[in-house]
Design a protein around this ligand. Structure first.
Ligand SMILES: Cc1cc2nc3c(=O)[nH]c(=O)nc-3n(C[C@H](O)[C@H](O)[C@H](O)COP(=O)(O)OP(=O)(O)OC[C@H]3O[C@@H](n4cnc5c(N)ncnc54)[C@H](O)[C@@H]3O)c2cc1C
Length: 395
């Protein structure tokens, strides 16, 4: 879009937010012929933030010509190992799921968020039907026929539909009048990247501890990202340690499975919380990604679910090109996303609480599930399919 000041500008869709879901939505919807404006203020994404994109997400991005792995500096995830480190009486067996059991080369790819967003932004910049405006949305005025979006410098866009991809504190969601359920966890996630002595071989390892998962995920080559969930005060203590002390602590926690480990990036601590919007669409505004749902970083769900939101929109909106913000489109989106988002939210929440709980039946259930997974091929397949959940066929 050339000069952002010729106002008011008309577009079919205005997307608020230039994170991974915002740019993926812009590319997917422009490919189906819709005119898109995306408000994408430059974002500073911590280098330690990475996301494991599962096979379905990758196939979705490939389908819209938005998957360029050589730009991403990530690594394929060929196996996932789960280790019970809860010290509980009822200990689950170690289980490793191999992508080859599903006939796949990899379950997915772990990529730095900053690289993914930069790659999607560059692709969007080359698509004729997408105009990128590097400003925040400051206000949205709604009426029956249109939505008018105003940027911080007063640029006005007139549109049929607003896609709220503006994250957990979404302004567009508030203006749509959509309420949220918010909750917090007694944990924080300590995140960083590490170089490791022994090759990871594409295996991600999740230690289930009494304070939450300690997860090491492959990055290219001989590097791994760490997501360590623990009580907030312990996470802060670990942040204050010298690099050497921290390296040894992580190595011990990882039971030295990768030999010597050295932090090679910044450490950051993020408080854990959850958020679930009570609706996903209202008043010419639809919610995608963290504007609709925020998860603790367990089981690589958040962004994969966000891309399934986008895939659903890409399925519905081309059928409503005259008015993508019409009631029928909004109703179809709400109905299409309800089950997937709610069931994942409750499953992740339940799993996290089962680790924190000292309630014996909770441990029995979790370890029983993993025992079944280690011995029953059909149950393993079921778990792997649920974990991967195909983007092209959202539940
Ligand atoms: C430690 C950690 C590990 C994770 N690991 C995984 C994983 O392995 N796999 C996975 O699938 N998910 C993972 N997630 C979740 C994943 O990171 C998020 O789901 C994803 O980043 C959300 O993307 P988004 O585009 O919805 O929102 P965001 O990335 O928050 O982007 C929102 C954008 O909107 C912009 N914005 C805000 N307000 C406005 C406004 N008024 N106008 C315009 N723009 C605005 C912001 O600047 C930002 O750029 C993890 C999360 C954490 C915390």
């Amino acid at each position: 879009m050339p000069d952002a000041r010729e106002t008011p500008r008309k577009t079919d869709i205005c997307i608020c937010g230039g994170g991974p879901t915002g740019f993926a939505a812009a590319i997917a919807l422009a490919r189906s012929g819709l005119n898109i404006a995306i408000l994408a203020p430059p974002a500073k994404i911590p280098a330690a933030r990475t996301a494991a994109l599962l096979d379905g997400s990758i196939r979705f991005l490939q389908g819209i010509d938005a998957w360029v792995p050589e730009d991403l500096d990530g690594a394929a995830l060929r196996a996932m190992r789960l280790i019970d480190d809860t010290g509980s009486l009822i200990r689950a067996p170690e289980v490793t799921f191999h992508a080859s059991e599903m006939g796949l080369k990899a379950f997915g790819h772990n990529v730095p968020n900053s690289r993914l967003v930069a790659s999607l932004r560059a692709i969007a910049a080359g698509v004729e039907k997408i105009g990128i405006i590097e400003e925040r949305a400051a206000d949205i005025k709604l009426d029956d026929e249109t939505a008018r979006v105003f940027t911080e410098t007063g640029v006005e866009l007139s549109t049929r539909l607003v896609i709220a991809a503006d994250g957990a504190k979404s302004l567009a969601r508030t203006i749509a009048g959509i309420d949220v359920q918010n909750w917090s966890y007694p944990q924080s996630a300590l995140i960083t990247t590490l170089s490791v002595e022994y090759p990871h071989g594409g295996v991600s390892t999740e230690f289930h501890t009494r304070s939450g998962p300690f997860t090491l995920v492959p990055l290219a080559p001989n590097r791994m990202s760490l997501v360590w969930m623990q009580a907030g005060d312990r996470a802060r203590q670990a942040m204050e340690m010298s690099t050497d002390e921290f390296d040894r602590l992580v190595e011990r926690q990882a039971q030295s499975i990768h030999g010597r480990m050295q932090v090679d990036g910044e450490r950051a601590v993020l408080p854990l919380r959850g958020l679930l919007a009570k609706q996903f669409a209202a008043n010419r505004i639809v919610l995608v990604g963290e504007a609709a749902h925020v998860f603790p970083p367990i089981g690589a769900q958040g962004l994969n679910l966000g891309l399934r939101d986008v895939a659903k929109l890409a399925d519905i909106l081309p059928r409503h090109k005259k008015d993508p913000g019409c009631e029928a489109a909004l109703r179809a989106y709400q109905a299409g996303r309800q089950l997937d988002v709610r069931s994942r939210t409750y499953a992740v929440d339940l799993f996290n609480r089962s680790l924190l709980s000292s309630f014996v039946p909770a441990h029995l259930l979790r370890s029983g599930g993993l025992s079944l997974a280690s011995t029953m091929p059909a149950f393993r397949q079921f778990l792997m399919r649920r974990g991967l959940s195909d983007v092209s066929t959202p539940v």
